[in-house]
Design a protein around this ligand. Structure first.
Ligand code: ITT
Length: 196
């Protein structure tokens, strides 16, 4: 297997994926090592649809094996929102801080704080004309206030089941052990290191 392109423009995802791949001795390259590519419009209604469109888009442009991640937070009391709209929950170009504050507002009178993160990784193998999906889910609760300064997105509000600290209080290694992304990456690793 040649190098895998990590096809995301989110530097926090790159960090988590690189942490995982380097500790599993797998070779990867980021989009920053190529001429700039305009990101695709993510207009699918599911994580799987968006992961697929990103993987196909970058694999066509680069003609290499490409891995794309689509992920987000699904909150029970909000009927699964923000879901695929996680990065633009408060508004189209919202910051993480605005999204977190908006989420707290939406949940201000809610007793049910259960939520989960979902991740779909699409691996596109151009030479085999195949696309393979890997999924990961992490369940937990949304806290009443931000806790921790690491990570990104909704990490400071998310306390995973069985953990004593939020994702934003964990190192990338700690987060990868239990996170939606870490679980999906475990599937990618098993697949890529399988001896055909
Ligand atoms: P790419 O499409 O280029 O990969 P993106 O940031 O737009 O980058 P997504 O469309 O998958 O990626 O949106 C992911 C959003 O979901 C992200 O901005 C966060 O708000 C949230 N999210 C996903 N995984 C997360 C995690 O591990 N921790 C916290 N928030 C996360």
């Amino acid at each position: 297997m040649n190098k895998v392109v990590i096809a995301t423009s989110n530097k926090h995802k790159v960090k988590e994926i690189n942490t995982f791949l380097s500790s599993h001795k797998m070779d990867s390259v980021g989009l920053n090592e190529f001429d700039p590519i305009e990101p695709p419009v993510e207009d699918a209604e599911t994580f799987l649809g968006n992961a697929e469109l990103k993987a196909l888009y970058y694999s066509k442009k680069l003609e290499m094996t490409v891995m794309a991640d689509d992920s987000g937070l699904c909150v029970n009391a909000l009927k699964g929102a923000p879901g695929v709209r996680s990065s633009r929950f408060a508004s189209e170009n919202a910051s993480d801080e605005e999204n977190n504050n908006y989420l707290l507002e939406q949940l201000s009178d809610q007793k049910d704080r259960r939520a989960y993160f979902q991740c779909v990784i699409a691996l596109c193998l151009p030479e085999a004309k195949r696309i393979i999906f890997f999924v990961g889910k992490c369940e937990g609760v949304i806290l009443n206030e931000l806790q921790g300064a690491k990570g990104f997105g909704y990490d400071p509000l998310f306390l995973p089941d069985g953990a004593s600290k939020t994702f934003a209080e964990m190192t990338s290694q700690e987060k990868n052990k239990i996170s939606h992304r870490g679980i999906a990456l475990g599937g990618v690793e098993k697949f890529l290191t399988f001896q055909f």
